[in-house]
Design a binder for this molecule. Structure first.
Ligand code: CAA
Length: 294
């Protein structure tokens, strides 16, 4: 089985920096690529902050943090990011045209042996694989937020993904401390197939005035023992991401049961994307999150 040593992560955002973090922590050499230096700087700062959480708790030493950070190189140029990679993990925004364009470029620049993995949360692996010359080496590797904490990686097999590719990615996932499930491609795979309709339903309930934001969250958190309520989780995942997935489900399944509530679309249009924009179902601009009224 091919040994993975060098990993290129495309995107330094919420998911990209988490993926770069866990790969570097497992000993891989990582290049983290984004299109603007400010995104790279922000991603690196987040990784540093998240690694340093462990120092006070005695889980990691300052020296280890320095060594892990030393294995991550921020890169702007796509060619430089992928031309010596054994594995490319893509975590760019969930826009089909953007993903297809990037994969075409990466396929031309990355070594022929390199495995191409998308961290998409819903888009077709087969569709992305088809724009490359190596659909057998193309796979879905879906992480969960916050990447350093969440134990699961969903591995998604596209139409042409080879079993060897699956084995290599199972092995990499294990090395970075994750548990895997193997999913055959379908919109939303396994986790989002269930999660997204549940989160959308919570927004419909708010839109209909069923309960306040804090009561809806409290009900689900305490009634179902979720670590956070659905509206807090939506703010955490990003309202734009949830909306993209909802629109994608409607298009793929041709079933209106996956439609997004008007309220969600309106909030995204207003730039209320959740935690990352400091405004969503809660207002994060103060000391503690304050629920909004709708
Ligand atoms: N990065 C690194 N570590 C983090 C972190 C982050 N962003 N956030 C929290 N942690 C660590 C903390 O340091 C702490 O570590 P220790 O156990 O070593 O002390 C641990 O996680 C727990 O954190 P806290 O005590 O601060 O807070 P908590 O107990 O409330 O847990 C949480 C926070 C892990 C985020 C928890 O609320 C949770 O599991 N929430 C649900 C998350 C979830 O559902 N994620 C999936 C979203 S869906 C998705 O990502 C996929 C998609 O396609 C949409």
């Amino acid at each position: 089985m091919m040994e993975i040593k060098k990993v290129a992560v495309l995107g330094a955002g919420l998911m990209g920096n988490g993926i770069a973090h866990v790969c570097a922590q497992a000993g891989y050499q990582v290049k983290m690529r984004d299109i603007d230096q400010k995104f790279i700087d922000k991603g690196m700062a987040t990784i540093k902050k998240n690694l340093e959480r462990g120092i006070a708790k005695g889980k990691i030493t300052q020296e280890e943090v320095v060594a892990i950070l030393g294995r991550i190189q921020g890169v702007l140029d796509l060619k430089k990011a992928v031309d010596d990679a054994d594995l490319v993990i893509e975590a760019v925004p969930e826009i089909v045209s953007l993903k297809l364009e990037i994969w075409k470029e990466v396929d031309a620049l990355a070594p022929k042996h390199a495995i191409l993995a998308s961290n998409t949360s819903s888009i077709s692996i087969t569709q992305m694989a088809a724009v490359t010359e190596r659909p057998d080496k193309f796979i879905g590797m879906h992480f969960f937020n916050p990447v350093p904490v969440m134990n699961l990686v969903e591995i998604i097999k596209g139409q042409a993904t080879e079993d060897d590719t699956v084995k290599i990615i199972e092995d990499v996932s294990k090395k970075i401390g994750k548990v895997t499930v193997l999913v055959n491609e379908a919109p939303g795979f396994a986790v989002n197939r269930l999660l997204v309709p549940a989160l959308l339903e919570a927004v419909f309930a708010i839109q209909e005035g069923v309960a306040t934001v804090e009561d809806m969250d409290k009900a689900i958190q305490l009634g179902l023992n979720w670590p956070m309520g659905p509206l807090t989780l939506l703010d955490f995942v990003g309202l734009d991401t949830a909306l993209h997935i909802s629109d994608y489900f409607v298009e793929e399944f041709k079933d209106s049961k996956y439609r997004a509530p008007t309220l969600l679309r309106k909030m995204v249009r207003a730039g209320w994307l959740g935690r990352k924009s400091s405004m969503g179902f809660y207002d994060y601009s103060g000391e503690t999150p304050k629920p909004n009224r709708f």
